[in-house]
Design a protein. Structure first.
Ligand code: ADP
Ligand code: MG
Length: 727
């Protein structure tokens, strides 16, 4: 299997490239063999400026090309790598989708490679070219035999494109691309995967012995983490040795991967340890007899033992003399609001202020109403500040806040504004924290000296993942629901079963209960579409349930009307509330016992779980109907099945992770992708935990002026890990 063109090994002839001995981690990429000014510019725009950046572009996977399989030996469903020449190509269309086909032949036989929607391949997949194909062959639906469907394919003998000259780059370098375990890189910008392979292979092979490591790990830490040196790791991931375990490489568990990932996680964890373990001084707030009396008088029900435990944790923080930085995690309906209320009483009973911030107007209003009711017996007035206030009310609220007359304050992000000045803020509580960022939490804190922060969330994040989101916070968990809760019966219904769906709603209304109907938000591009959808749906429901009082609520209603629509439902004046997802978080109407989710296939697991959590809050049995339309994708089916099967937020979070796969669990920003270069917080959860434990231990014992401490507290850490985090 030879076929190198006469001008192969072009790269090695480059003269502009810097010789190995001068290479440093901060050498600009331009001077790396095979790159040059033009490619350097393109890489620069992707944030790849130095040799270090380049070396941290890790292969997406590895392929064993030391012994290629004969095409004849291919088996359906088994991932295999073959190589051959293209003997025929064709471009067809099926329902407007271009389908490109290439027939590849080796000494033993032929196989068809089918590529969907990739018409551009015809430019490079020319008859006569040598190609490497990797994938799992399948039985071809039309042609009878086996075929590859959109496999990974690499043309071996073509010019690279992307700024390198064809004469220099065009050749085939057998020793790099063939005959060994090869790294396979992602195509980035203009550079083909095999160009990456050549550049990085050459680069690591020319690293001088003295090549400095840019990392901060001392030999003792390396021993603690059980990892190899940086130079060795870099070489191992880019240029595997013959004996290396292919499977370990592909699972990112080779010695090289372990080193790079653990180092990165360790440094990340150090910064979190710095934030969690060395706290700034905080206002000292002590519970006294008066607080206990007040708490007793306001308590509407006995607390669960989980609520008591969490309150104790909070009280201990408040009197510790250090700022509290605590996360309260509790599934929907676990009773976080009363915990927040009682926590607020602590500073308030010693004359200080406490604030509760909610992510939506609807929820802020509800908290205002609840707190006002609960605190009425002890003559505490609640001050509200939201965007909804008229200017006179707003002025009054601002005055109350700055004079200290307002001690218990509730509102929305309007509270973050600069003209909101507190007299003596001691405790800031942020509800449904996932809707806010860290930055905002800190903004609120800056409104006082030594302000304690408590953030509350019901977003089910898998426990192991919570670390990368909330690693700088102490955590309290409400893992017990208030007594007497009945399970929510959840079922899937098809659009065609409308009669049955309406009957169910009728039964709930006949018992004096109330019903939510939720429909998905329509894309942003069609601004008024969700208004129309809600309006139409509420008319339909009014027609289906003659005599019932049906209200409508969506994000575009004027503020007053939004409040009025919600109030009417809270007071039971409307029996059915048709709404978009604005009611998703926090809303608490215990008399509502049926949640109908229209087009449930369009919601994610977490959202369905949150929405369902709006019912099952009182003494009556509750129900949730997931109404689906038409054909469901596999993922949609799995999501619906998961929700039907379980009410446990943490179970659902793990399930969600499984359904979606690591990369898509959250948006990029949230998943921590982009935050880490080598590690993946989902794939490498175990390593993240190990790194965290070692970092915590180190933080407690290391010398006070150790350079790593300085690093973890400093701007370099923030620049690398700090900004992209969500609180
Ligand atoms: P979430 O944790 O989702 O914010 P809420 O604080 O809204 O939950 O509480 C849900 C419901 O449970 C509310 O109606 C609340 O009054 C009630 N509740 C909370 N704690 C208890 C308790 N210990 N005993 C009885 N009911 C409780
Ligand atoms: Mg809540």
């Amino acid at each position: 299997m030879t076929g190198a063109t006469p001008d192969s090994k072009g790269v090695s002839r480059r003269t502009s490239a810097q010789g190995g001995a001068d290479l440093k981690v901060d050498t600009p990429v331009q001077f790396v063999k095979g790159i040059g000014p033009e490619r350097a510019k393109a890489l620069g725009s992707e944030g790849i400026a130095t040799v270090r950046d380049l070396l941290l572009i890790l292969p997406r996977r590895y392929e064993d090309r030391s012994s290629l399989a004969p095409i004849k030996s291919l088996k359906a469903g088994v991932r295999t790598t073959v190589s051959g020449r293209i003997v025929a190509v064709s471009l067809k269309r099926a329902r407007r989708m271009p389908i490109f086909e290439a027939m590849v032949e080796d000494f033993s036989g032929r196989i068809k490679c089918v590529f969907f929607g990739q018409a551009y391949l015809k430019e490079s997949f020319k008859v006569g070219r040598r190609v490497i194909v990797h994938g799992a062959a399948e039985w071809d639906r039309y042609g009878g035999g086996l075929a590859f469907h959109s496999p990974d394919a690499e043309i071996l003998d073509e010019a690279d494109g992307g700024g390198g000259s064809a004469a220099e780059d065009g050749g085939l370098d057998e020793a790099i691309h063939m005959g060994r375990v090869v790294p396979v890189y992602e195509k980035r910008g203009m550079l083909l995967p095999k160009v990456w392979r050549r550049i990085l292979t050459h680069l690591v092979r020319s690293l001088p012995q003295s090549f400095g490591s840019p990392d901060h790990l001392t030999p003792e830490l390396r021993a603690d983490l059980g990892v190899v040196g940086w130079r060795e790791a870099i070489i191992a991931v880019h240029d595997p040795s013959p004996g290396d375990d292919l499977d370990a490489l592909n699972r990112a568990r080779s010695r090289g991967h372990l080193r790079l990932i653990l180092e990165e996680f360790f440094l990340f964890a150090l910064g979190l340890a710095a934030k969690r373990l060395d706290r700034r001084p905080g206002v000292v707030v002590r519970a006294n007899e008066a607080t206990r009396q007040t708490a007793k008088r306001v308590l509407p029900f006995p607390l669960t033992s989980a609520q008591k435990r969490v309150l104790k944790e909070i009280a201990a923080d408040l009197e510790s003399g250090r700022e509290m930085n605590r996360l309260l995690q509790g599934d929907v309906g676990s009773g976080k609001t009363i915990v927040a209320t009682l926590a607020m009483l602590l500073p308030v009973s010693s004359g200080k202020q406490a604030v509760l911030v909610a992510p939506t107007e609807v929820l802020a209003d509800q908290h205002f109403i609840t707190l006002s009711r609960v605190l009425a017996p002890v003559d505490l007035r609640v001050t509200r500040l939201s965007g909804r206030l008229r200017s006179k009310e707003r002025k009054q609220a601002l005055e109350a806040i700055s004079s200290g007359e307002g001690q218990v304050i509730v509102g929305t992000h309007a509270l973050f504004e600069p003209d909101v000045i507190f007299k003596s803020l001691a405790l800031a509580i942020v509800d449904e924290q996932h809707r806010f960022g860290v930055i905002q939490r800190d903004e609120l804190r800056r409104k006082g000296e030594g302000v304690h922060a408590l953030v509350m969330t019901a977003t089910p994040i898998p426990r192991t993942l919570a670390l990368s989101f909330h690693g700088d916070l102490d955590t309290s968990v409400l893992d017990e629901k208030p007594p007497g809760r009945m399970p929510i019966r959840t079922s899937q219904r098809f659009e065609g079963q409308r009669g049955r769906i309406v009957d169910t709603a009728r039964q709930h209304l006949d018992l004096g209960r109330q019903v939510y109907v939720v429909c998905p938000l329509i894309e942003e591009s069609e601004k008024l579409a969700d208004v129309r959808a809600v309006t139409r749906l509420s008319q339909e429901w009014a027609a289906w349930l003659p005599g019932a009082r049906v209200g409508a609520l969506h994000g575009r209603l004027p503020r007053d009307e939004k409040g009025a629509a919600m109030d009417a439902f809270v007071r039971g004046e409307t029996q059915v509330l048709v709404s978009t997802t604005v009611i998703e978080v926090g809303v608490d109407v215990p008399n509502a016992t049926l949640m109908v989710i229209e087009q449930a296939e369009r919601f994610g697991v977490a959202q369905l779980h949150q929405l369902r959590g709006r019912v099952g809050r009182g003494r009556h049995p509750s129900e949730c109907l997931l109404v689906t339309r038409g054909y469901l994708s596999d993922q949609a089916k799995q999501r619906i099945e998961a929700i039907v099967a379980s009410e446990d937020g943490f179970f659902l979070a793990e399930k969600d992770l499984e359904i979606r796969g690591p990369g898509e669990f959250f948006g990029t920003r949230q998943s921590g992708r982009g935050l880490f270069q080598a590690g993946d917080p989902v794939r490498d959860r175990d390593l993240l935990i190990r790194a965290r434990d070692i970092a915590d231990g180190w933080w407690k014992t290391a010398a006070p002026d150790h350079p790593l401490r300085v690093y973890a507290r400093g701007d370099e850490w923030t620049g690398r890990f700090g900004l992209s985090r969500v609180g």
